[in-house]
Design a protein around this ligand. Structure first.
Ligand code: KG4
Ligand code: ZN
Length: 327
């Protein structure tokens, strides 16, 4: 049994967690920064980095206390090393390096996307490789064939905006505030998904990729002509249609035991329901982590650490923070 401390600070959540190789989450601490960024309508990198500096060390102490363990009992320290906002990534990574140096335990530099991508295996012990992963977050929209730890075959990506980014921009256009995804989902409940004609970029296209910029521009053109609720519902339906179409195309082209969704947008109930139906139609299992594990957290980083540690993958203390780091 291995015990891993995980650290996350690549965007606007500071987080520390302790997870065991037998899938027990001994502690999972999270400090959001929404209030600090709200006046600006989006994440301000400098404010984020400063907030990470202030709360990271106390969060690590709180996580160790909650788990009732000391650093000596930890087998390795896993920290997000990218991709993300460089100032924030450095805070978590440097903290991880310092703890590794002080305790003599190995450092595991985790790709944030790998954290999202392996998190379904923390939630579901029966999820075996290979699986088709739809990774939909604020910065990414990708279809990946996950063949094993460190073995990710990218089948599709977005040629412009990420799905979460489209949610965030739509929320801003509709004056729904920040963060945008949950606000759009909430408004959409009271709207009609067929009320506003919106484009479905690349729907039915022979190429595998996603595109959301045209959808966002279309939303900008109809603001004021329809209610915010109808625009939110129609926008959400357009995103679901695009995600479904591209995922169906991939599902039909690969051997995969399951369809898996991860990343912040996977917290959206309409997205989850549509994907679950799609998987059912194709006779595949559908796996989605619980909502709290979809959005940024450190348990997924600790779990990626568990998987990498088991594979003998540790990293040197001079591992660099990488603002861009494709899987
Ligand atoms: O994975 P995540 O927490 O951070 C990144 O790595 O980007 O994803 C955040 C993104 C944001 O764009 C947010 O608006 C979106 O996920 N999101 C949602 C929902 N909850 C979060 N989008 C749609 N519906 C939601 N319920
Ligand atoms: Zn994320």
């Amino acid at each position: 049994m291995a015990l891993i401390l995980g650290l996350e600070s690549s965007c606007d959540e500071t987080a520390a967690a302790l997870v065991t190789s037998d899938r027990r989450i001994l502690a999972h601490k999270l400090a959001g920064q929404e209030a600090a960024h709200r006046p600006y309508g989006g994440v301000v990198p400098e404010i984020a980095a400063r907030a990470h500096v202030e709360v990271m060390a106390p969060l690590v102490e709180a996580a160790l206390a909650e788990a009732g363990v000391t650093l000596d009992q930890v087998d390795a320290i896993a920290a997000t090393a990218g991709p993300g906002l460089i100032g924030g990534v450095m805070v978590g990574l440097v903290t991880g390096k310092a703890l590794a140096l002080a305790s003599g335990k190995p450092l595991i530099a985790v790709n944030h996307l790998e954290g999202h991508g392996l998190s379904p295996r923390l939630a579901d012990p029966d999820l075996a490789f290979p699986y088709l992963l739809l990774l939909v977050s604020g910065g990414h929209c990708q279809l990946l064939l996950v063949e094993g730890v460190g073995a990710y075959r990218r089948l599709a990506t977005t040629i412009d905006d990420a799905a979460g980014e489209a949610f965030d921009k739509t929320a801003k256009l509709l004056g729904l505030g920040f963060p945008g995804g949950p606000a759009v989902e909430k408004a959409a409940v009271r709207g009609d998904p067929r009320a506003v004609p919106l484009p479905r970029p690349l729907l039915g296209s022979a190429e595998p990729h996603f595109s959301f910029a045209g959808l966002k521009s279309a939303v900008a053109r109809v603001v004021g002509q329809y209610s915010a609720e109808d625009i939110a519902a129609s926008f959400q339906q357009a995103v679901v249609d695009c995600l479904l179409d591209r995922t169906r195309r991939a599902l039909e082209s690969v051997e995969a035991s399951a369809l898996v969704v991860a990343g912040g947008v996977a917290a959206n109930a309409s997205v989850r329901a549509a994907l679950e139906r799609l998987a059912g139609e194709h006779g595949r299992r559908f796996v989605a982590p619980p909502l709290w594990l979809c959005t940024d957290n450190a348990a997924m980083i600790a779990w990626a650490g568990v998987e990498r540690f088991a594979a003998g993958l540790t990293d040197p203390l001079d591992f660099p923070a990488r603002p861009r780091w494709p899987l």
